[in-house]
Design a protein around this ligand. Structure first.
Ligand SMILES: *Cc1c(COP(=O)(O)O)cnc(C)c1O
Length: 386
């Protein structure tokens, strides 16, 4: 019997399996040739899994560097005592250059104005501001146009306060094997890097691979891979599933806070979209709602696991709570459920016995991707590391 640690203050929590995180990190590390570095992407609080705790586990399992999306995310890691290299995956506002310099957090760079302001600030502190140059190769999101890389670097390289620690781009279609856009982006990227090298420009660590590219295209690993979603045990696409085995890291659990046997016809929740259809139906409540990342669009469409069995979630999901139905009618053709009691363990995402609800299952119902599902659960629920 698995023991479930539960927070004292609320009967719902995110459970993070550190062993699975460690094994996933090692699995990615083993895809890389010796000397190729791994940058673990811990943006959005490690896709909802808790950036500080995850970074420590990942580092112990082979991650060399860390990537975040915002200055605040970088600061949170530094304030927790994490001293490994940290890269922000876009160029932050110029107003924060001093924070970056003081805390040794590397920005991505793609405007001359930002680069020079950052260099000035670093020089004023007697430091050198390390940065990674972002190149636009076809994602149409951020970066210096790949055709202008040499020109851009010439426009900033005179500054003694700047040092290029890396050059990168990001793929739009790495999850589609043999994709034409992927090949085009990779060619543009490597051409830009070659042009800079021919001009004797130091590119630092050259990197372009996200999770799917790391799995599907070993020839594009270059100096470093930026691995995100896969470390958390999620497949970025069906195409990568046969290539690497990963274990989900996040589960979402709750305990039943109330159970009733309403009369037939009794409505449940706002708008009363569900009403009890037969006798001997239990309606149980758990303290997980859409403010906890259980999207309201899942209402009346998702299942939860109780005693290793699927039960239908019923009624609109509220901000902080939701309900599910348990049919305990002994005359039902299918196996009747055991009665559910106050305090019973409920699995909203994760495994219970033989059954499992995956982030992909919830994502499909919501018409989104697994990435968004775990990010959302990370927002308010307390995290328990097991
Ligand atoms: C989010 C992100 C990654 C990681 O992507 P995954 O698909 O989660 O591996 C890598 N690089 C950049 C620039 C990103 O924004």
């Amino acid at each position: 019997m698995v023991q479930h640690r539960c927070p004292d203050t609320r009967w719902s929590w995110v459970e993070i399996n550190k062993g699975a995180l460690r094994r996933n990190t090692r699995a990615f590390k083993s895809l890389l040739e010796p000397g190729v570095r791994m940058m673990a992407v811990v943006k959005a609080d490690a896709y909802g899994h808790g950036a500080v705790e995850c970074a420590k586990v990942m580092h112990a399992a082979g991650a060399d560097q860390f990537a975040v999306a915002t200055v605040a995310e970088g600061l949170a890691l530094r304030e927790a005592g994490i001293e490994w290299p940290i890269l922000i995956l876009s160029e932050p506002p110029m107003e924060c250059v001093q924070t970056l310099v003081e805390h040794d957090i590397m920005p991505s760079v793609y405007t001359q104005e930002f680069a020079l302001a950052y260099g000035e600030c670093a020089a004023a502190f007697g430091k050198v501001g390390k940065y990674h140059l972002a190149l636009e190769t076809g994602m149409t999101r951020i970066g210096v146009d790949w055709r202008h890389a040499v020109e851009f670097r010439r426009g900033i390289d005179f500054h003694r306060g700047l040092a290029c620690a890396g050059t990168f781009t990001h793929f739009a279609t790495a999850d589609v094997p043999g994709d034409w856009t992927f090949a085009l982006q990779y060619r543009r990227f490597t051409e830009a890097v070659s042009a800079m090298r021919e001009a004797s420009i130091d590119c630092g660590l050259v990197h372009c691979d996200n999770t799917p590219a790391t799995i599907l295209y070993p020839e594009t690993h270059l100096d470093m891979c930026r691995v995100g979603v896969g470390l958390y045990g999620m497949q970025p696409a069906e195409s990568t599933r046969p290539r690497i085995s990963l274990e989900p890291v996040m589960s979402v659990r709750a305990r039943v806070t109330r159970v009733v046997y309403p009369a037939v016809g009794t409505g449940v929740s706002y708008g009363q979209t569900y009403s009890v259809g037969r006798q001997n139906t239990q309606i149980a409540t758990i303290p997980v709602g859409y403010a906890d990342g259980l999207s309201r669009s899942l209402s009346d469409k998702m299942d939860v696991l109780v005693h290793g069995t699927r039960c239908k979630q019923v009624g609109h999901i509220c901000m902080d709570q939701c309900m599910f139905a348990v049919n305990v009618d002994p005359r039902r053709a299918v196996r009747p459920m055991d009665e559910v009691s106050y305090g019973d363990l409920v699995t909203v995402m994760g495994a219970d016995g033989e059954e499992r609800i995956t982030a992909e299952e919830l994502a499909d119902i919501r018409e989104t991707i697994n990435y968004e599902v775990t990010c959302n659960f990370g927002a308010r629920l307390e995290k328990v590391y097991v």
